[in-house]
Design a protein around this ligand. Structure first.
Ligand SMILES: Nc1ncnc2c1ncn2[C@@H]1O[C@H](COP(=O)(O)OP(=O)(O)OP(=O)(O)O)[C@@H](O)[C@H]1O
Length: 928
């Protein structure tokens, strides 16, 4: 099948990725709705605040023309409970002068004639003199709002004084005016009743009213309009929804290695970024449109008087700027959970700069051009300046707003102080959009990705970058790690004969330039070093040293074969596969995959079309179904559009996912996810003829059954290579034979196992490793192989004598081989680095031994009869994390005379008591 290339592939990838973005947004409806419709909430909130302000301003007539002011009647004495802050029981007023009969009558009339509400007697308190009232006020604060003090001077003169609490109080946003609420009503009541009393006419009319001045309307203070006060902050908050969602989506694709999976499939960066930009652009367009429409719906002058296009363009360009800012910031965050924090920080900075901008900074002649330029790089700043222009253009009643044709006209009269027009703001926003977008692509390239890979800081200055001729030149480690020396790759010759032969063969083929048509992958001294990184924390600088993960790998992987790459944790398997699939750049050597070099960008793009990778962990979108995954990856790989549907259907059937094709992967079981990952790896039927499969696994049974050839790596090196049988015979402990006995009879006629044990001991010098009533197991070392034919012939001949029902003979397990190799590699590095673990002997002695040591000599056990002392065999196994740990040890045995010492500890002085010693490593195993 011919895969698509060039522009058609770019277009195909773009449409598939665009569809993916659309589906993700559709499936995350709540977030998408919030992005598109949250403007309604903000506009409605501004509207409510505006209505509330209007309601509290209802008594003010400042903004209307008053030519014929109407008088308003004075209010009666209010109940004392109406006071904002009052203590109960309270009095509507208190009074002094109660020794006078006439005064008492006047007060009674005040109470009875209070308009609309005669005052009951228990709501008024009387005193003789004003001093008594003062004393009462002191001891009863807030129990009465005011007092009247009467003095009867003579028959025609009764004077009075009014005393009120003149402190104005505020409650729930309203201010209590003590003059008009208490003083004036008390004064009017006192004057009215004194006058009536003195002239002797209790019905004498007495009306009192207030009237304001005739006046022209005063223009509203624009600074207190809710849109002006809160608009910039609210609109910034509204734009944060899209910003945080975008940042989160990009970070998720990085965090889940989805971006990396797409890269391995050959996605073009252009297609990836364009698909996000266009989809987010559409969402932004719709959300900006809704914002302006909602603003018009709620009848804001800002939206009605300014031209629709002028307002819409400002919001649209600003939101586009926030997208490119999100793209740029996504390079710095690797976790989706950080998106909200970053969004909050950007909002906070925007809020602070908007507050600073209210002082006129920096768009006035007081500030230099450079400050204006720097300030304008942050999109919320330019945006709020634009909002300000639009608000000012509609602030005064009757002002027409900014029309499309007037967008470049200065709103201020004085051209010398005119620094901004809407047009200039648009130009700035377009400029900053491209600025942040280009910066996003630049940072994306120079900040290490999920695999720690990045490009050089000045990569774009190299002509080879633009021509694409220099291969995939990338670096690793953080940007700060580029300084410092890089240690050379250690070239150690393998001591394994098969590995050496393989290396020699590959080297010869490479030198001759001969290409064996049966070879799918040829690895030429592949080396990989992860450079040390320098991380700058707030108080300290952490440095890690460079690490050689793969130290020169030479091998061939044949076509039509399953090659199994085994090794303990950290052996370098994943690194090798990452190098072969182009995820990680190699440090040394090369590899040819069907003749294409992984070091060349052209070669790598050919390789990507041929290979399929099923990663260690499932790399899937929870919100996409298996069918959608296959369609997306098939499109990225470049399969012809017409073939995608049938191929996806076949793959789904192959991995038995047809029934779940339309179900989202998030609800799949672990096994279903694995099967989907396999189907994705098989897209395009990578190399149908002459296909090679490289499997790395921790399951030895799987490796034993499936593989044609096995390579075991440890500590970055290939330790052994060959078929399963070959490895077992070379690295296993030997042959394992299990002898089963005839069923014992209860009458005691059962056969004793002792003669059989003696037979094995006499001919092969082995004891049983397991002894049960029904069977016995022996391990026969390889060096006894020549004796086996004769031995088993005799054993079969004497079956009935020994009571044998069955004899089984086999090689050691692959698990054992694996442990043996891993243990030897551990020992190699432990003796070099001095890494020790403690072995506790049954005698209670603690022996410090290098990790992986098998036969360990115990210091202090030497004597005349046994001059070399005693040793034990240590049994090892891998713990849950894959590290070697001691599982037990054999009984103590004499160290034979003819064996050498592999490792002698530097000294025995441990200073931790007599019972702790350092063991030596005996080269006994090589004589197995
Ligand atoms: N980006 C990196 N930077 C530094 N060291 C790394 C990096 N990636 C891997 N390593 C180190 O390289 C060594 C080989 O790692 P690798 O993942 O290839 O091992 P592996 O054989 O695949 O192990 P496992 O079976 O646990 O997956 C390990 O010691 C690991 O810590």
């Amino acid at each position: 099948m011919t895969l698509r290339e060039g522009m058609p592939l770019l277009y195909q990838q773009f449409t598939a990725l665009f569809k993916k973005n659309l589906l993700l947004s559709w499936r995350n409806k709540s977030a998408t709705c919030l992005h598109v419709f949250s403007s309604f909430f903000f506009i409605f909130l501004i509207f409510c605040i505006q209505e509330a302000m209007k309601a509290s301003d209802v008594s003010s007539s400042a903004d209307v023309n008053i030519t014929d002011p109407k008088a308003s009647a004075s209010s009666p004495i209010p109940p004392c409970e109406d006071k904002f802050y009052v203590k109960l029981p309270c009095y509507d007023f208190v009074w002094s002068g109660n020794q006078s009969r006439r005064v008492s009558d006047i007060v009674s009339a005040i109470m009875a004639n209070n308009p609309g509400r005669p005052i009951p007697t228990n709501k008024v308190k009387s005193f003789k003199r004003p001093e008594e009232v003062d004393a009462w006020f002191t001891s009863h604060p807030l129990h009465a709002p005011g007092a009247l003090h009467f003095t009867e001077r003579n028959a025609t003169v009764i004077s009075y004084g009014v005393q009120t609490n003149s402190s104005s109080a505020t409650k729930r946003g309203r201010t209590e005016d003590p003059t008009f609420k208490f003083l004036v009503p008390l004064q009017i009541a006192a004057e009215r009743e004194i006058a009536r009393f003195l002239i002797g006419d209790p019905k004498f009319g007495w009306s009192f009213g207030f009237k304001e001045f005739a006046q022209p309307a005063v223009a509203k203070d624009v600074t207190i309009s809710p849109l002006n006060l809160m608009g910039p902050v609210f609109f910034l908050a509204f734009s944060m929804f899209g910003f945080v969602l975008q940042l989160g989506s990009l970070a998720t694709e990085k965090e889940l290695k989805l971006r990396q999976a797409m890269t391995v499939m050959g996605v073009y960066d252009t297609a990836y970024w364009l698909s996000w930009l266009i989809w987010e652009g559409i969402l932004t367009f719709v959300s900006s449109l809704f914002l302006v429409l909602f603003g018009m719906m709620f009848q804001f002058d800002f939206f009605l008087k300014n031209s629709f296009f002028v307002v819409f363009l400002l919001f649209l360009l600003f939101q586009f700027n926030m997208i490119s800012l999100a793209f740029m910031l996504s390079s710095f965050i690797s976790k989706s959970s950080s998106a909200t924090t970053v969004g909050f920080l950007v909002f906070l900075i925007g809020f602070i700069t908007q507050t600073v901008a209210t002082s006129g900074f920096p768009y006035s002649s007081t500030y230099s051009l450079s400050r204006r330029v720097i300030w304008s790089f942050f999109p919320p700043n330019t945006f709020s300046a634009g909002l300000q222009l639009l608000i000012e253009a509609t602030s005064v009643p009757g002002s027409p707003g900014i029309s499309w044709s007037k967008r470049d006209v200065c709103s201020k009269m004085d051209d010398a102080t005119c620094f901004l027009t809407m047009n200039k703001i648009y130009i700035w926003l377009v400029g900053t959009f491209f600025f942040w977008f280009v910066l996003a692509i630049y940072f994306e390239n120079i900040i290490p990705n999920a695999s720690g890979v990045r490009k050089k800081i000045f990569y774009f200055l190299k002509p080879s970058y633009w021509t694409g001729k220099e291969g995939n030149k990338v670096e690793e480690g953080s940007i700060c790690s580029c300084f410092g020396s890089v240690p050379p790759v250690e070239h150690l010759t393998s001591d394994d004969q098969d590995v050496l032969e393989e290396e020699t063969l590959v080297k010869k083929q490479a030198m001759d330039g001969t290409v064996d048509p049966n070879i799918a992958v040829q690895i030429h001294g592949l080396a990989k070093m992860y450079p040390g990184t320098t991380k700058l924390g707030c108080c300290k600088c952490t440095k890690t040293s460079p690490f050689h993960a793969v130290k020169g790998l030479w091998m061939n992987i044949a076509k039509d074969q399953l090659f199994c790459l085994l090794g303990p944790n950290g052996a370098g398997k994943t690194t090798t596969i990452s190098c072969l699939t182009g995820i990680n750049p190699v440090t040394g050597g090369d590899a040819l995959i069907y003749g294409d070099s992984i070091r060349s960008s052209v070669g790598m793009s050919n390789i990507r079309k041929m290979i399929g990778v099923c990663p260690q962990f499932d790399i899937l979108w929870d919100a996409l179904s298996s069918e959608e995954h296959l369609h997306l990856f098939a499109s990225i790989k470049g399969l012809p559009p017409a073939s995608i549907k049938p191929i996806a259907e076949k793959l789904l059937a192959d991995v038995k996912l047809t029934g779940a094709a339309k179900i989202r992967a998030g609800s799949y079981s672990g096994g279903m996810k694995r099967r989907l990952s396999v189907a994705i790896a098989l897209i395009g039927d990578p190399k149908l003829k002459g296909r090679a499969i490289i499997l790395t696994t921790h399951s030895m049974e799987e490796a034993d059954i499936l593989s044609d050839r096995i390579g075991i790596m440890a500590k970055g090196r290939l330790r052994c290579i060959g078929t399963s049988i070959r490895l077992k015979s070379r690295f296993g402990t030997g042959f394992i034979t299990t002898v089963s006995f005839l069923e014992n009879k209860n009458d005691g006629s059962g056969t004793s196992p002792e003669p059989l044990k003696r037979f094995f001991k006499k001919h092969l010098k082995v004891e049983p490793i397991e002894e049960k009533k029904a069977f016995m197991t022996f391990v026969i070392p390889h060096d006894k192989e020549k004796l086996l034919a004769g031995f088993f012939e005799e054993l079969q001949y004497r079956e009935s004598e020994f009571g044998i029902s069955d004899i089984q003979l086999g090689l050691a397990t692959l698990e054992e081989v694996f442990l043996n190799i891993a243990r030897r590699a551990e020992l190699e590095s432990a003796t070099a680095e001095g890494t020790v673990v403690t072995l506790e002997l049954e005698s209670g002695i603690l022996v410090e031994i290098p990790v992986g040591a098998r036969f360990v000599g115990i210091p202090g056990t030497e004597n005349a009869e046994n001059p070399r002392g005693m040793m034990v065999e240590v049994y090892w196994q891998q713990d849950g994390s894959g590290s070697m740990c001691i599982s037990g040890h054999s009984p103590e045995m004499r160290i034979p005379q003819n064996v050498s010492v592999l490792y002698e500890p530097p000294s025995q002085v441990l200073g931790r008591g007599q019972r702790r010693v350092r063991g030596s490593v005996i080269a006994y195993e090589s004589s197995d």
